[in-house]
Design a protein. Structure first.
Length: 259
């Protein structure tokens, strides 16, 4: 067998092994690179690097898409690159430049997004959720009221499933609760559920909340000051506050349903 025949046999066997290892993208990249004269000029390390990079990027993209779907964010148009820095919104550019890196998620810090209805709170929350998924952080996005009601109902119907579900949310890397405290919470069981959730996540995971209510008034949304203060302090003291000031309802002009 001459050297060219040996080369072809090795190439076929190598592609077969890659496919058997479920490295389909790498197998295709190998064929593409060996067929392209440009790649024949690469050094051994660069050749291997580019081969592995193709598989790595493909798998990350697939994983990111899966996380977006599970987060409930696969249909959103929200994107941090689409932030409107119009003067009238009076956004803190220095804070945003720090937040868009999503390092606060790695640091397990919280984020409170505050502003009037239609100011763009939900857009920001979803955009941060999308970026978290791109960075391969498991994420969930919920309307806060529905989220709490569902947990409350489950606690009544099936304690075993409730504890399992609560434990999952307590450990979830990124939990986004939109319309936080839009309605007062005067049920001791619901307050207990929230306290158990937020307390377990404190310093261990990132919680992002969007609210029209100033954090100074959050305690007044609970039946008792003590539990309200315990929940509020765990959310606010360990994180950042992004305030959006806007006189116009952006739902009429930008990304309907996203704000």
């Amino acid at each position: 067998m001459n050297s060219r025949d040996n080369y072809q046999v090795m190439k076929i066997r190598l592609q077969g092994m890659l496919l058997e290892l479920k490295l389909q993208v790498m197998a295709q990249a190998l064929d593409d690179q060996l067929s392209d004269p440009m790649y024949q000029e690469l050094g051994k390390m660069e050749f291997i690097y580019r081969l592995v990079e193709e598989e790595y990027v493909s798998r990350n993209n697939t994983r990111s898409a899966q996380l977006l779907k599970r987060a409930g964010l696969w249909k959103t148009q929200a994107d941090l690159s689409k932030i409107d820095y119009s003067v009238e919104r009076r956004l803190n550019r220095d804070l945003l430049s720090q937040l868009v890196t999503c390092d606060f998620i790695l640091d397990k810090k919280n984020l409170s997004i505050l502003g009037a209805a239609g100011s763009g709170k939900s857009f920001f929350a979803k955009a941060f959720g999308v970026e978290a998924c791109h960075n391969l952080h498991r994420t969930k996005y919920f309307n806060a009221n529905r989220f709490l009601n569902d947990l409350y109902d489950l606690s009544i119907q099936d304690q075993k499933r409730y504890k399992r579900k609560l434990g999952y949310y307590q450990r979830l890397p990124v939990l986004i609760l939109d319309d936080w405290l839009m309605f007062a919470i005067d049920n001791p069981v619901k307050e207990s559920i929230l306290l158990d959730l937020i307390d377990a996540r404190y310093g261990q995971a990132t919680t992002i909340v969007c609210s029209q209510v100033d954090p100074d008034d959050w305690c007044g949304k609970f039946s008792g000051y003590t539990v309200g203060n315990a929940i509020t302090s765990r959310l606010v003291s360990n994180g950042f506050s992004l305030v959006i000031q806007c006189d116009d309802d952006l739902r009429q002009t930008k990304y309907p349903g996203e704000l």
